[in-house]
Design a binder for this molecule. Structure first.
Ligand code: SF4
Length: 139
């Protein structure tokens, strides 16, 4: 590789890194300018905007949600069909709950709450005593 090719290659590499950083850094820092950008966009529809974060904070997922149905999610384990009640990773079905699943995120670690977030179900919260077919033991 001659010197000019080396410099071009180096410039190309540095440009890609700076472009990547301009995308990744706002994602990591929570995009501090996003709120001001969003608030500048006026809602001209007359409809009340839906806040998906707020919905997740307070709403329990509908068992009829398409993803919840696909994962056979139920708020009450008594609703799970018997053919799905299998041993997984050395845990019997009676030991499997959302609260001890790898995908479960407590809403507030300091307060015991009957619901939490599931990384797989984005449309609402799950019950700590709930269950779905994607259950994996928390590590
Ligand atoms: S993935 Fe885990 S936390 Fe999410 S619904 Fe299924 S069992 Fe509950």
């Amino acid at each position: 590789m001659d010197h000019k090719a080396f410099l071009d290659s180096r410039r190309d590499f540095l440009t890609k890194i700076s472009l990547g950083a301009s995308v990744v850094v706002p994602l990591i820092t929570g995009c501090t300018q996003c709120d001001s950008t969003v608030s500048q966009n006026k809602n001209t529809t007359g409809l009340k905007p839906v806040d998906p974060v707020q919905k997740r904070e307070f709403g329990l997922i509908d068992e009829q949600d398409s993803v919840a149905q696909a994962l056979h999610y139920h708020h009450e384990k008594t609703q799970v069909s018997e053919d799905l009640q299998k041993m997984k990773n050395g845990k019997t079905f009676s030991e499997q709950f959302c609260h001890n699943c790898q995908f479960f995120v407590p809403i507030d670690e300091h307060v015991e709450k009957p619901v939490g977030r599931c990384l797989l179900l984005q449309a609402g919260n799950v019950k700590t005593q709930g269950w779905c077919a994607s259950w994996v033991p928390k590590r």
